[in-house]
Design a protein around this ligand. Structure first.
Ligand SMILES: Cc1ncc(COP(=O)(O)O)c(C=O)c1O
Length: 442
């Protein structure tokens, strides 16, 4: 019988990996403190001092702004709502295009659709899986109004050339930092490298408040518009004296007092939690080095990596085995992680399918049955959502990437050794996998 668990052998590790736990008695105390005040949110959706929220919201925002060297930080109830508020604040509307990465979570692109604009997907740079100035340039049209740059997996995009291009063309740039908290680029913090930055505080992120998010900006006008969109703008503008009514249809994107109180403590922990990921990755990469056909993520010059996901580049031409079969073999050797039992081993093929391949983009059905905004009479473009339109994103997703989360704090050296031993075991059995694939296909 084969030694590979996939082919009937003994699994290398059965004991579940430890959960990623970031809550402590401090967060419990903070939540209790707020509950005892009886005021779980102080926001009012009218022009009033409480339009800006309660004491925990305000303290959280000023602490976040200080930590990120930003003039303004506005809390929101998710990164999704932060993206919507930022795209709205940028003045994006019908007829406009927003350039965005296809290799990201869906909300990075949906933010354009919310304002009746059309997402245009530019390809990723295979070095860091983010947009680059070159790939953006290839998709610019007279309709381009904004760019959403996603610092994917924890990488930081090469922002200086992107900002230079944006300045040339008068475009607003939004950084999606959901996966890259504490990130730095040439001595500056993510969230301040462009016009606005978005952070996520959902349960899966480095630090969290259950659900939550933050938008940072150094521009007072954007900060003001984000605050309005977050909190029922249309009901506030008259009292506030706002005369620019573009995109002033408000939402309720407000973060509660409990989440904000927890967020303050999580913020204080975030740098350390990111550094522990970086240490774990350093150790794991030391052990994975030298496996043929497997390359570690390259960190861009002057940039950091927060390792939300550890993305390994895989080359089938070297191993002679398809990426999908290797991933199946790796997974068969690995256990699940506590608290995420249903997901199986936290290792897989690629990330999310390039967004333009989703049914909504393929069928161009957004609002109602008339194909708005894709076929909106205000829109003169013709977006390309065909297979093949972003070859690097497709190659990464369908063939080139093995992604995993088995480097999060909580993983001991012995746990990391088991992960490395699983890779070593599967690589030592590549000839058997090659023969298996020849006989059976993947
Ligand atoms: C890159 C990226 N952008 C946006 C989001 C949306 O975050 P949230 O769940 O806080 O709305 C996520 C969440 O996974 C993300 O990974």
């Amino acid at each position: 019988m084969s030694e590979l668990a996939l082919l009937g052998g003994k699994k290398l590790r059965s004991q579940p990996f430890p959960a990623y736990r970031v809550m402590s008695s401090e967060e419990a105390e903070a939540a209790k403190r707020v509950v005892e005040t009886g005021v779980l949110s102080k926001f009012l959706g009218t022009w009033h001092p409480d339009f800006w929220g309660g004491p925990e919201v305000k303290a959280f925002e000023s602490e976040w702004a200080a930590a990120y060297d930003a003039k303004f930080a506005l809390s929101v109830n998710s990164a999704t709502s932060g993206l919507y508020a930022a795209v709205g604040a940028a003045g994006v509307g019908p007829g406009d295009e927003v350039i965005v990465s296809p290799y990201t979570m869906s909300a990075s692109a949906a933010a354009a659709l919310i304002f009746n604009a059309v997402p245009i997907f530019a390809d990723i740079d295979p070095k860091n899986y983010c947009l680059s100035a070159e790939t953006i340039r290839a998709r610019l049209t007279p309709r381009t109004r904004a760019i959403v740059v996603v610092h994917i997996f924890g990488q930081v995009a090469d922002m200086d050339p992107i900002m230079e291009l944006a300045r040339e063309r008068g475009l607003v740039v939004i950084e999606d930092c959901a996966q890259s908290p504490s990130g730095t680029y040439r001595g500056r913090k993510v969230g301040t490298l462009a016009h606005m930055g978005i952070f996520s505080l959902n349960y899966h992120k480095h630090v969290h408040t259950g659900e939550g998010g933050v938008v940072t900006t150094n521009d007072e006008r954007f900060a003001d518009r984000i605050a309005l969109i977050r909190n029922h703008a249309e009901a506030v503008v008259a009292g506030k004296g706002t005369t620019d009514l573009v995109n002033m249809i408000g939402f309720n994107f407000r973060l509660g007092e409990i989440e904000s109180a927890i967020g303050r403590i999580q913020l204080a922990k975030s740098k350390d939690l990111v550094e522990r990921r970086q240490e774990n990755v350093r150790y794991l990469e030391g052990r994975l080095a030298g496996l043929p056909g497997l390359a570690m993520p390259a960190v861009g010059p002057g940039a950091s990596h927060a390792y939300y996901i550890h993305a390994l580049s895989y080359d089938r031409k070297v191993t002679g085995v398809s990426r999908d079969l290797v991933v199946r073999a790796l997974k068969a050797e690995l256990p699940h992680t506590t608290l995420r039992e249903d997901e199986g081993p936290l290792l897989g093929q690629g990330y999310v399918k390039p967004l333009y391949l989703q049914p909504m983009y393929q069928q161009m059905i957004g609002y109602g049955t008339v194909q708005c905004p894709f076929k909106c009479p205000h829109y003169a473009g013709n977006p390309d959502y065909t297979l093949g339109s972003c070859p690097e994103a497709e190659r990464a997703h369908f063939e080139g990437l093995i992604t995993h989360e088995l480097m999060r704090p909580g993983m001991s050296r012995a746990d990391l050794d088991d992960v490395a031993d699983v890779f070593a075991k599967v690589w030592s059995m590549l000839p058997e996998l090659r023969a298996h694939e020849k006989r059976n296909g993947t």
